[in-house]
Design a protein around this ligand. Sequence first.
Ligand SMILES: [Zn+2]
Length: 369
Amino acid sequence: MSPKPRLSVFVVACLCGVFHSAAALEERPHVEVRGLYGGIPDELLQAGKTLADHGINAVWMGSGGLTTQRVALLKQQGARVFAEFNTMHVAGYLKDHPDAAPIGVDGQVCPAPHGWQGICPTHPGYRQSRMTDFRRVLRDFQIDGIWLDYHHSHASWERDVPDMPDTCFCPRCVAQFSRETNTRLPDEPLPRLAKRLLGQHAEAWFQWRCDVFTNWVRECREIVDQTRPQALLGTFHCPWTDTDFDGALRTKLAIDLKAQAQYVDVFSTMPYHARFGHAADPAWISRQTAWLGKHLGIRGEPGERHKIWPIVQLADWGEPVPVEQVLPVLDHGTRRPATGVMVFAWGSLRKQQAKVGAMVEVFRTIKPD
Ligand SMILES: [Zn+2]
């Protein structure tokens, strides 16, 4: 076994003037997963090298990109393989099913904010098509887990200033809300009805929307348990706290983390610090993780039912991530209660050798002997 590369990381850190982070960085036995998001890192497998040589022990890839050969290759490398699964963002479905488009407060189809097209969460055909595909992925591939992605309402939030229109006020959603919450609604048109739902009925409306999205997660759990029970169920989700953006996590995105925790094993919060307006503040990552741990009662101890494995940004998206931030980003991404981390995203990072090198140094440093 090669010696621990702690010194070289320290040198990298010194050159970049981030002594404090280097001092904090050493073996982190509580971190069980050091992962990459975005497919097979072929560039790291040259000249007889293995993923283990680079300190990597897990890879996430889109469920559409899975093949038996790819899964086998990663398994041979000793890596765990996790699939990413798009729940609410299959925009192509709308071409043949326009009645699945989210409806806004004005009663019209709500335009996709910044191009992020969501789908009405109560459309039965859409839900069935996603669940069928979810089952197929779990049945056909020997994956170690599957991560829900885009599991939120029609909104654009992966950025510093989000755009989160109120939806979905289609007749199906409104009728289902009325029925399931025993809320009598007058026979009046939108937008008056939407105003009423967001006014006097707001609390019931927000909770009902959350419950609809949680119910998707419940069914996904059921499918995991039936199809590949040893697989983990994870979710990639918005990194905000319950008070960020006036509680939008719940009232706009329809994410009830405590309710989803009944069904989810791993919470992969998405604190893309540069993209989200915190480019100079990588500590934002660990602050958001700390809040999540407190909110869900997760401490990052062995044997806990739930885990937090953030996906952190090293690729340039929105704002560039300089090479000197690789260390502090991974440092903050692997602080308890986090017990795993994955890097976003191999697709563009693979072209940035300096950052890849720095990432590998950190992974090899925190990897326990
Ligand atoms: Zn709807």
